[in-house]
Design a protein around this ligand. Structure first.
Ligand SMILES: [Mn+2]
Length: 255
């Protein structure tokens, strides 16, 4: 998996300007002050190389990596986002969020999330030697992954509902991760064209990613065995947020 991610970074490094990692890049990550787990060295080294190439990184907290620590905050460095981020690209308002909070009624998870991210717990965790801390955390990460998978299609229902609210609030493209599967859905909200996508990371055929570019925007999958990418869905970024009747007029004018 590490080698595949390194291949992916090599694949995009020429064109990438700002790479947004939407949380859970690692099965578990805790940003210790002086050490990094050696199993992640290939990815960390390659990310450092990309920064030297001029690529910027934006790192959103996931539920497996919510203490980025000095490596990401100062050494790489990445722009760290705790909750969600809204950016504008080619006029489209893009909302990116990890997605672990889309189920608003999961109070048990919300409570657990608040507790494990609290300062005393983080402080206690920092005191434990890394091999113990990482051992416990990796076991918890496994349980957490099963918990997400057990929500099945329900997770995607929550994504639609949460994305709808974001769109009512002005977002044209809403991106989630977290779900371990990929979804692409065009939605019309308030008469305007919008997209909701869940970019689930590794799929059967490779690593899914969303690209916003003047040349071609869309959802793609990178196959590490061939080192090639394939488009799953292409969209016109400039059409996002436009009124449907204006899009129809544009299309007729072109015809
Ligand atoms: Mn997650």
């Amino acid at each position: 998996m590490q080698a595949d991610f390194v291949d992916f970074l090599d694949h995009i490094k020429v064109e990438a300007e700002n790479l947004i990692i939407n949380g859970d890049l690692f099965s578990f990550w805790f940003g210790y002050r002086d050490v990094v787990p050696y199993c992640y060295l290939p990815s960390l080294a390659k990310m450092t190389q990309l920064v030297d190439h001029g690529v910027r990184f934006t790192y959103l907290h996931g539920n497996h990596d919510f203490v980025p620590g000095p490596f990401f905050e100062r050494y790489l460095p990445a722009t760290i986002i705790e909750n969600d981020i809204r950016i504008e690209y080619l006029g489209a308002k893009v909302h990116v969020e990890h997605g672990d909070l889309v189920d608003r009624d999961d109070f048990g998870y919300r409570l657990l999330r608040t507790v494990v991210r609290s300062r005393p717990i983080t402080w206690l965790f920092r005191l434990a030697p890394p091999h113990i801390g990482l051992g416990v955390a990796n076991a918890c990460a496994h349980v957490s992954r099963n918990y997400v998978v057990s929500k099945g299609a329900g997770f995607y229902y929550f994504c639609y509902a949460a994305a709808y609210d974001r769109m009512k609030d002005g977002a044209d493209l809403v991106l989630y991760g977290h779900g371990h599967r990929t979804i692409y859905s065009e939605m019309v909200v308030d008469g305007r064209m919008r997209i909701m996508a869940v970019v689930g990371g590794w799929a059967k055929e490779g690593l899914c990613f969303l690209r916003l570019s003047k040349k071609q925007s869309g959802l793609f999958v990178f196959d590490p065995s061939t080192k090639k990418e394939r488009a799953l869905h292409i969209f016109d970024c400039a059409s996002l947020g436009k009124k449907m009747e204006d899009l129809a007029t544009d299309a007729n004018t072109r015809d």
